[in-house]
Structures are given as structure tokens and as C-alpha cells.
Write a protein that binds this ligand. Structure first.
Ligand code: IVH
Length: 681
């Protein structure tokens, strides 16, 4: 074969494979058997082996061309990735439409209704039709560059298809990465077999997968993607004028789009579409947590605008969680990492939102009593936060008298220590019974498992089975023990092969550099959840500074916004010798104690405590600029004039605020006076 022939045959094979990928992953109508596809693919691999110069970055063989990385570089979104407001009722939905009608008087409104896919939002940037960058949403302004991971998804086109109007030179396409229910079930079965921690739901599995630093691992997970919007785009592009046309246009470019969709103008028709989608979504192979209702004409969207968080032209409608009825066979007590005794309902297996459920939480003794839950009852269960199902109520009509009340234990079922009851600080009532014994084996396991969990130190391989084995074998009792683990003793554990052991050690190694908030959260301090941990990590540069403040100045800790209960919990925790020793051992093990979230508090400005109200149009400054100036000097801007207002900054056409301020005798400034005041020290 001459080089020219090889080149021609490469082009043809690559195009053929791309066509079949598209048919399979985008249009979901494969026309070729898997075996025939594999044969084509092998031909391409062989051809490229013989002629390495033919390998281009967008060749189908190059999806997994990336290498493991240490971390993901940040990507700033040119157009922020916003989120959506939620509605839960027909009335709220009608309000949304009425509000838009008021914002856009005289305009006929029409809407597109789409499934809301329960996945992870991503953005793809294409330059000259080639995938350049793929990123997560992050905080909406800055996300992670996960290009190598996204390239492995066959529903992410590496090249855009040619379209009649010509390709935009630059376009950013946005959508959702998700995992099918069947793919998710298969993956969890495999994880069970490998003794690894299960994922709670497809969304967590998707998020966990996209965070992987090795794209080869991502390539093995059944991720899919669909796309529904455009961020930044080259202004010369002949882009569609409505959302409906935009979806079709994205389809022409080679993207999978949400399907089915509905189109409606009248509020009744929108509600009808929502009802139809609710039926249809039950047979989708992926989870939806609602519908998205979007204004169709794109020009009207621009006029409707957005709040700081979400657009005014779209809204999410959340369907009520699915429920199921089953029999409560028994009640067991789980001992958590903080010693809390949680009653768990053991159920006759039942399918709920597509997965098989055998256990549900009963929250606490108080809640069980309120619901009058008895062993043998028929109960209604529901997936609330979608993660752990909960028992909602008893079907009392189904009782036949054989049901028995459950005496809540007064001692720990694991170590027999008498239980104590603490006050729930939020509800100011006594709620959870706790095992007060810090050496309780269940707590030891719970704390270790929490340390390893994805939300905390994220140690791959540190699942329930492993933690139980480590504790039983005496290899670990607390987090610091993990960092002195070596290969040999691990290999003595049941079902622990050399590969899993090495992976676990690599996971432990990688956790040494995690950010301070993860470590703080991982320590399982009572009341210190992820958001409190983040708040603390923002206020203190490192763990030592926090420890010093917690032991010497609890009032100072409280002033970071965490509240007195947490401040005194931290005070006690950091004064406890056991905990201090644990921290010293973590330090010696080389764990990172520094916080990347730390932002030094602003110096108290000269306008701190002063309140401003703005009115009218200023000659040179926008409202935002004036507000920023005031806030930079420590002042506050509010919207209405009252006795508490210190200054009114007035421009032209000031309206009633000026009159009111004059009546109250407030200081009124024009722009020049304002700037003068701002500039004088
Ligand atoms: S439109 C300006 N359409 O839901 C926001 N979002 O709760 C535009 N999502 O961040 C989003 N399916 O990750 C849109 N058909 C759909 C969606 C969808 C899922 C996600 C998306 C968004 C989140 C907001």
C-alpha cells in the first residue's frame, strides 16, 4: 500500500467509525453489530501502527490519549454558567409565566419543555470545529479543565459535523454528563465484586468519575452526554433564533440533545407537557429530577435577563419524589461515626425510582414515635435527597394487630455502653441517642470510613469492606494509622490482591495533599460538616491558626460566622489530648495543614457601619461601580430610605427616595460630593 493509499483508507475508516459512533451514542440507533464495529476499529489501529504519521488528535483511536494528571487546571467561563430556580407546584409555574409576561409586555410567549437530566454540567469549547477544552461548571465562573476525561465519551464529538451555514470558528456548547441507570447498576455490581465502595446514585457516580485524574479509568465508566445550550460564540455565526432551532442545529453539529421535548404557549399546555414528560421519564434509561421550561425566542431571553444566580427566562420544575409501599420486617440500630444511634428499617425488597431498596432510615426515636412505627407495619417510603430512602408514614389501615412497637435501646448495640441523649441545638429538643464511648468499634470504623469518603479525604478504595477489615486486623484505628500502612500487612487481608493494595496505598498517598477543609471535615468533629469546614478554612490560613483560636479565643472563632455551639465544640475538641496527639501524628505523616480557601478579612473600612441608598442616574458612574466603591470602604447599600440610612447618593431623576431623605434630614450627596468624601482619608 502506498502512503497515499494508506492516507485515503485512514480517512475512510475514521469517517466510518465516527458515523457509527454517532448512530450509536447520539442517535441511539446502531446499524452494525458490536463485532463488526470492533473489526473496523482494529483495522484503524493496525493502519495507524503501520503509519504513525496518520494519527491525528481527532482520530477515533485517540479518545484515551491523555495521561494521568496531578490536578485539573482552572478554566474561567467567558459567559458564566448559571443555575436554575426551582418550582414545585403548578401555581409557582403559573407565577413564573405571569412574571415573564409582565417583563415582556405585549410579546407572545412560547416555551420549550425538556427533561432535566440528573447529571453534571459541562462546557465544551470548539475552535475551527475541533474540541479544544472541556470543563466542569465549578462555581459558575471558574471550573476544572477536564478535557482528557471528556474526550473519552463517545457522545462528545471530537470534531463538529459540517453544516450548510458553515461552522462557527469558535463555539462553546453546554450540557450534561450523566450515567444510565443500567450502566450505573452494572458498575456498582462490579464494585461489589471488587469489594469497593458503591456509588449512592448515578449523579454521584458521574461526578466521582469526572474527578478521576486518569482518563483511562473514565473511559471504562459508562458515561453519556447531551447538550442543550451555547455559551460563548463567534459573533459572525448564523446562529438560530429560537431554542427549538438551536437544539436542531446542535443536532446537526453532531451533538445528542434532550429528547423528547415539548413546545407550548399557553400555561395549560405547559402543564400538560409537564404531565406527559412525567409519564415518559419513567421509561428513560437515565434519571431525571424534573423538567426545564425555557422561553423559546432567544431575543426575548436577552430582554428578560437574569438575577445574580439564575436566568429569568427558564425555570426547573421538580416532580414529587417517587414513593413505594412495602413491609417493615425489622428495625436495626446503626452506630455512626459520632456515636449517634440511628434506627434503620429493614424492608421487604421494593423497586423505587429504578433501584431495589431493602433499607430506609427512620431518623431517630422521636420521629419513630411521632409516626407510630411498629415492626410488621406496611410503610410508605420515599427517596428524598435521592440518596437514602426514608420511611414517610405507616399505612395504618393495613394493620392486623400483629405489629409490635420497637423499644428503642438505651445502650450501644455495638459496645453496650449506656447511651446518652444530647440536645439538638437547631431544634432545641432532645433527639439523638448517642454512644459516648470513643473506643466503640462502630465509631472507629465510622470515623475511618468518613475520613476516606469522597466528600472528605477522597481515598479511592477506602470503602466499608476495607475499613472493617483494617480495624478487625488491628491495622488501623484512626486516620493517622492509614499513613503508615505498607504493602505486606495489606496483602494478608482477605480478597486483597497486589493491585488493589497498591491502588489503596496510592490513594492514601494522594490524600496527603488535600485541602484543609477536607481534612477538617474528615476529622468527624461533631457539627462540623463540609460547609462549616469550608467556612473555617476560609477564615484561618492553616490548622495551627484554627487550633490556637479554638483553644484560646472561642469568641473569635464564633465571629467567623459558625455560631457558639460549634465554637465550643471546637474548643473542647482541640483541647482534648487524644485529638492533639492525632493531629501531631497527621503532621508527622506529612499531611497538608494549609488552607487554599483562606482569604484575609478586609481591613475595617472608614465607612463600616454606614448605610447608603442610591437613587437616580449618576453622571459618570454606574450603580454597580458606586456600590463597589461603598462596599470596598466597608459600607453597605440598601434599597429603601429609613432612619437607619446615613447617606443618600442621588443622581438625575431621583424620584421619591430623595423626598423621603429630605424629610428625614439625611445627608444627600451628588456624585462629586460622594467621590470627594470617598477620597478624603
Ligand atoms: S438549562 C442557565 N437544561 O440543571 C442555566 N439545565 O439546576 C441553563 N440541567 O446547571 C441550564 N438538564 O446542569 C438546562 N435540559 C436542561 C438540563 C439542565 C439538566 C442541569 C444543569 C443546570 C442545572 C440547574
Amino acid at each position: 500500500m502506498t502512503f497515499e493509499e494508506a492516507q485515503a483508507s485512514h480517512r475512510q475508516l475514521a469517517a466510518e467509525i465516527q458515523r457509527h459512533d454517532h448512530l450509536y451514542y447520539v442517535e441511539a440507533r446502531p446499524v452494525m453489530t458490536d463485532a463488526a464495529y470492533d473489526a473496523l476499529y482494529r483495522q484503524l489501529v493496525q493502519l495507524e501502527a503501520a503509519h504513525p504519521s496518520l494519527v491525528t488528535p481527532d482520530s477515533p483511536t485517540q479518545r484515551v490519549a491523555g495521561h494521568p494528571v496531578d490536578g485539573f487546571p482552572p478554566v474561567t467561563h467567558e459567559v458564566p454558567m448559571m443555575s436554575l430556580d426551582n418550582t414545585y407546584s403548578e401555581a409557582e409555574l403559573r407565577d413564573f409565566i405571569a412574571r415573564l409576561a409582565r417583563l415582556l409586555p405585549g410579546e407572545p410567549l412560547d416555551f420549550v419543555i425538556e427533561p432535566k437530566v440528573d447529571g453534571v454540567a459541562v462546557s465544551l469549547l470548539y475552535l475551527d470545529g475541533r474540541l479544544r477544552t472541556g470543563a466542569t461548571r465549578g462555581d459558575g465562573v471558574t471550573g476544572d479543565d477536564i478535557t482528557a476525561n471528556l474526550r473519552t465519551l463517545r457522545s462528545v464529538p471530537l470534531r463538529l459535523r459540517d453544516i450548510p451555514g458553515g461552522l462557527p470558528r469558535r463555539i462553546e456548547v453546554r450540557g450534561e454528563v450523566f450515567m444510565s441507570r443500567s450502566g450505573f447498576d452494572r458498575m456498582n455490581r462490579e464494585r461489589d465484586e471488587a469489594g469497593e465502595e458503591r456509588f449512592a446514585n448515578p449523579r454521584n457516580a458521574t461526578a466521582g468519575t469526572l474527578k478521576q485524574l486518569d482518563p483511562r479509568l473514565v473511559a471504562q465508566r459508562p458515561l453519556q452526554a447531551l447538550f442543550y445550550s451555547v455559551g460563548a460564540i463567534d459573533p459572525d455565526t448564523l446562529a438560530p433564533a429560537t431554542h427549538r432551532d438551536l437544539l436542531a442545529w446542535l443536532g446537526d453539529l453532531g451533538f445528542r440533545t434532550p429528547r423528547p421535548t415539548w413546545h407550548a404557549s399557553h400555561p395549560d399546555a405547559v402543564l400538560q407537557a409537564l404531565a406527559e414528560l412525567d409519564t415518559a421519564r419513567r421509561s428513560f434509561d437515565y434519571e431525571t429530577d424534573g423538567a426545564v421550561i425555557k422561553l423559546n425566542p432567544l431575543a426575548l431571553r436577552a430582554r428578560a435577563g437574569a438575577t445574580s444566580k439564575a436566568p429569568r427566562w427558564a425555570i426547573a420544575f421538580k416532580y414529587a419524589p417517587e414513593q413505594a409501599t412495602t413491609r417493615l420486617r425489622a428495625i436495626s440500630i446503626q452506630v455512626g461515626r459520632t456515636g449517634a444511634l440511628t434506627p434503620v428499617a429493614e424492608l421487604d425488597p421494593v423497586v423505587l425510582s429504578g433501584s431495589r431498596v431493602t433499607r430506609a432510615t427512620l431518623h431517630n426515636e422521636e420521629d419513630m414515635r411521632r409516626k407510630d412505627i411498629r415492626v410488621g407495619d406496611r410503610v410508605v417510603i420515599e427517596k428524598a435527597g435521592e440518596i437514602i430512602p426514608a420511611v414517610v408514614r405507616v399505612v395504618t389501615d393495613a394493620r392486623d394487630g400483629s405489629e409490635t412497637p420497637f423499644p428503642f435501646p438505651r445502650s450501644c448495640p455495638e459496645c453496650a455502653t449506656p447511651a446518652v441523649r444530647l440536645l439538638d441545638t437547631q431544634a432545641a429538643e432532645q433527639v439523638a441517642w448517642r454512644c459516648p464511648n470513643p473506643d466503640c468499634p462502630a465509631q472507629i470504623r465510622g470515623r475511618l470510613l468518613h475520613w476516606c469518603s469522597r466528600g472528605a479525604m477522597d481515598i479511592e478504595g477506602g470503602g466499608e469492606v476495607l475499613v472493617a477489615q483494617l480495624v478487625r486486623a488491628g491495622l488501623a484505628r484512626d486516620p493517622a494509622d492509614l499513613y503508615s500502612l505498607t504493602l505486606e500487612p495489606l496483602l494478608t487481608l482477605e480478597r486483597m490482591g497486589a493491585k488493589s493494595a497498591a491502588n489503596l496505598l496510592a490513594g492514601i498517598q494522594a490524600s496527603r495533599t488535600r485541602d484543609l477543609w477536607r481534612l477538617l471535615f474528615g476529622l468527624a468533629i461533631l457539627h462540623v460538616g463540609a460547609s462549616v469546614a469550608k467556612a473555617l478554612a476560609r477564615s484561618y490560613p492553616n490548622l495551627d491558626a484554627l487550633a490556637r483560636a479554638a483553644t484560646q479565643d472561642p469568641a473569635g472563632v464564633q465571629s467567623t460566622g459558625v455560631g457558639d455551639v460549634i465554637a465550643s465544640t471546637l474548643h473542647r475538641w482541640f483541647r482534648d489530648d487524644r485529638n492533639r496527639r492525632l493531629l501531631e501524628r497527621l503532621r508527622s505523616a506529612g499531611l497538608n495543614f494549609a488552607s487554599s480557601l483562606h482569604r484575609p478579612a478586609a481591613e475595617p473600612g472608614k465607612w463600616s457601619g454606614k448605610t447608603f441608598v442610591l437613587t437616580g442616574t449618576l453622571p459618570t458612574m454606574t450603580r454597580e461601580q458606586a456600590t463597589a466603591r461603598i462596599e470596598a470602604l466597608g459600607g453597605k447599600v440598601t434599597s429603601s430610605v429609613s432612619r437607619k440610612t446615613d447617606f443618600l447618593l442621588a443622581g438625575s431623576d431621583p424620584g421619591s427616595k430623595l423626598e423621603k431623605a429630605q424629610k428625614l434630614g439625611l445627608t444627600i450627596l451628588d456624585e462629586a460630593g460622594f467621590l470627594h468624601l470617598a477620597d478624603t482619608p
